[in-house]
Design a protein. Structure first.
Length: 214
């Protein structure tokens, strides 16, 4: 997506209001198809993950669940205070070279090769921020470990919200469970299907906005 929150895209410079567009799309869907405008699930990978974080922060009254794959929270939005809790499923591979799990700056450089804005928080920092937003109780969370991944879930946030951080061991800048493309060098785990896991995570977390208000 264009204005993903890092301030390094042409759409950012042009002042494109993607959040406003997506808010309108959510309302349109509710009017046209009867969906619930305060219980939206937003999911994305890479740039889509950055945008998903931004939309969840700025439109928390409409977004009940966020799922971000291979993309942490843009650092520029770290201190933004949303109005409602949003459950978050955060999936990141340890071998991701394009958006490293430990965070870092955008690959976009200035005219002399200098670092520009666009820093991304690490998976740990992103998880801590969403836990703080949702006011999850302190503690390590509920662990689940396999040979290929580890997941920690913090429960008990406002309105029953929760935050799950899923580390894919050896996973690259890819969508877990997707077909492996021969021209793409980053490794793709087949241990689980991210789309199915996002649906499973969101199923019990479509909490009305009134119950998620901070």
């Amino acid at each position: 997506m264009g204005t993903d929150g890092r301030g390094v895209k042409a759409a950012d410079a042009a002042g494109i209001d993607d959040v406003g567009f997506l808010r309108t799309l959510i309302d349109w869907s509710a009017q046209r198809y009867g969906t619930l405008p305060d219980r939206t699930v937003v999911a994305g990978s890479s740039n889509g993950a950055f945008m998903a974080h931004r939309l969840a922060l700025q439109a928390s009254d409409q977004v009940a669940v966020l799922a971000a794959v291979a993309g942490g929270m843009p650092a520029t939005w770290r201190d933004f205070e949303p109005t409602h809790a949003v459950s978050a499923l955060l999936i990141h591979g340890t071998a991701d070279k394009l958006a490293p799990i430990d965070g870092g700056h955008s690959r976009h450089r200035g005219p002399n090769g200098e670092l520009r804005g666009g820093r991304m928080l690490s998976l740990r920092e992103t998880t801590e921020r969403w836990r703080a937003v949702d006011r999850c109780p302190a503690g390590p969370g509920e662990p689940y470990v396999t040979e290929f991944s580890s997941r920690t879930t913090a429960k008990g946030g406002v309105g029953g919200s929760r935050v799950a951080a899923w580390t894919v061991l050896g996973g690259g800048h890819t969508w877990p469970g997707a077909s492996v493309l021969p021209e793409w060098s980053e490794p793709t785990t087949q241990e689980f299907d991210a789309a199915k896991e996002i649906c499973r995570f969101a199923q019990t977390l479509l909490i009305p906005a009134d119950a998620r208000r901070l």
